[in-house]
Design a protein around this ligand. Structure first.
Ligand SMILES: CC(C)(COP(=O)(O)OP(=O)(O)OC[C@H]1O[C@@H](n2cnc3c(N)ncnc32)[C@H](O)[C@@H]1OP(=O)(O)O)[C@@H](O)C(=O)NCCC(=O)NCCS
Length: 161
């Protein structure tokens, strides 16, 4: 079941998504990046950061399986951007990421967005390709001390009016 997160969502739910995000970086992203990048990246994932971003234009959604949160996503209809999809490492490759993406794409289509952009980490490129995204260019996203290498990707939605 997919549910939106709002400013009224319980703190324990925000803590769970922070935990899922950290586990994804530690277990799924870490083989692709240097240890100093991973440790700086992890240090930036916090409840405060999520709460700060809830007040901006981005939407957060969680995915539950049997009442437990197994993944989440963040995107912005205003910026026409998918910021992240994170699925617990032991629940990956079972179609859950695709389920979250399809929900998000429907929301973009409903809101007449024609092109979705994202900046993918290096590991899920094939996941996004399987959903119809194309690589645009490599970018180096600066943290404070290190930089994260990301790939800009786009998908045209071909809406027929
Ligand atoms: C990327 C992620 C969201 C994908 O979610 P998922 O539930 O594992 O993906 P799905 O099961 O829906 O995969 C759909 C298809 O994408 C492709 N795919 C997904 N993960 C892949 C991988 N690691 N390597 C190659 N192809 C992959 C496959 O074609 C897959 O279909 P298949 O399993 O039938 O071969 C998830 O693996 C994840 O949370 N990774 C860590 C966090 C991350 O990097 N998120 C993206 C940040 S922008």
């Amino acid at each position: 079941m997919i549910k939106p997160i709002t400013s009224k969502t319980k703190l324990s739910i925000i803590e769970t998504i922070v935990e899922i995000h950290k586990r994804c970086v530690l277990e799924s992203n870490s083989p692709w990046y240097k240890p100093d990048v991973i440790s700086e990246w992890i240090s930036q994932i916090s409840v405060k950061n999520v709460l700060d971003q809830l007040t901006r234009s981005s939407k957060w959604i969680i995915l539950e399986e049997k009442g437990k949160i197994i993944g989440f996503a963040q995107y912005s209809l205003v910026e026409k951007e998918l910021f992240q999809i994170q699925i617990l490492p032991n629940k990956q490759r079972k179609g859950f990421g695709t389920t979250l993406y399809k929900y998000i794409e429907k929301d973009f289509i409903k809101n007449k967005v024609k092109t979705i952009s994202l900046f993918s980490t290096l590991n899920p490129i094939n996941f996004y390709k399987s959903l119809g995204f194309e690589k645009i260019r490599k970018i180096s996203y600066p943290l404070v001390k290190t930089k994260v290498e990301l790939i800009e990707m786009k998908k045209e939605l071909n809406i027929v009016y």
